[in-house]
Design a protein around this ligand. Sequence first.
Ligand SMILES: [Fe+2]
Length: 201
Amino acid sequence: MKDLRPAFDRLLDVAKAFHEATPGVTDFAPWPSALVWADKPAGTLPVAKLVRDWYDDRPDEAGAFHRAIKVVSPHAGWQQTYTEEEVGAEYLANYGYFELYGPNGHYKTDELRGFIGYWGSGLTYDWHYHQAEELYAVISGGAKFLSEGQDEARLGPGETHFHAANQQHAIEIRGSAVIVYSIWRGEGMNGRAQLTNSPRA
Ligand SMILES: [Fe+2]
């Protein structure tokens, strides 16, 4: 089998370049100091093809990040947090994420957890929360980010959005798909997100 490590190393390099060039991201957490390659299997989900087929030639860090994600997409450990019962078949056919680095990432570290997530246009990632503090940074496309106690924000590439521990949040994806680099830090970093029926009043 083809050695996939160079493609993932390239992704890690451009992720680091984006991370360090984006002020909101560096303010949230420094790039992890020690990352150990973990030979993870690919996740066979429809999202792998959707990302592989998303052409993008932007010359900036976000564009380079996008293209490196696209290259590894067929080999990435794509996964889904939710079941069809929770979110429906349409949602599962157009969404997925993989852990680039973290306790279960393609690169192992216990310092921080970095995910790449994709959502197709028309989806709504309903209200949810988790204990870990989170920073979203948009890589491609755009979406409307809603957070408990805050004004909603339409964000595009290079823009970031912070969530405090257990703060409820949601994403509405319209007009274009979105790829998000999401980072978890602190207590609950190994946990998972929980859906909730509606935002707290
Ligand atoms: Fe979140």
